[in-house]
Design a protein around this ligand. Structure first.
Ligand SMILES: [Zn+2]
Length: 154
């Protein structure tokens, strides 16, 4: 029989699919997120339900059709869980964008997205994004303290 704790604390991270250009970056970031999760939540992810691809993501245009920004990454969770990272990013942007989208994946798995939708309705996106950036900075650029609620809370 398999030991339950071995399933909870896995170092074996293997997404259903990961674009070859993102494999090494993902391994670094996925393990870092797992170290945080093990410490704060007592779990780790094996990422087997996640696909990580690359796409040409759209520009954001204002009401006059002027480009005011660009979508760098996307997380979708309808049916399957998928991260898309834009093609034209430098290494630093890939790190920031992929870690931000991995936080959305954690918010999804730990209930934070759904609690916020229930609590804030159409305004939920604002809080999901605010918390994702707070958690990203704490987990990937600092010691990761004080952001449990950003992942699992409303
Ligand atoms: Zn986001």
């Amino acid at each position: 029989m398999k030991d339950r704790t071995m399933e909870l604390y896995t170092d074996d991270i293997e997404p259903a699919y990961v674009h070859s250009s993102l494999r090494d970056t993902f391994k670094k970031l996925g393990r870092k997120l797992n170290r945080y999760l093990a410490r704060e939540f007592g779990i780790t992810f094996d990422y087997r339900d996640l696909e990580i691809g690359r796409e040409s993501l759209p520009y954001i245009v204002d009401f006059r059709g002027r480009r005011i920004g660009k979508v760098l990454g996307l997380y979708t969770t309808n049916g399957r869980k998928k991260i898309d990272i834009d093609y034209n990013l430098d290494y630093g942007e890939v790190m920031r964008t992929l870690s931000h989208e991995l936080v959305h994946y954690a918010q999804d798995k730990l209930g934070g997205i759904w609690k916020k939708i229930k609590r804030y309705g159409r305004m939920a996106r604002h809080y999901i994004e605010r918390d994702a950036e707070t958690a990203r900075k704490a987990i990937f650029e600092s010691d990761g303290s004080g952001v449990k609620n950003a992942l699992a809370g409303a």
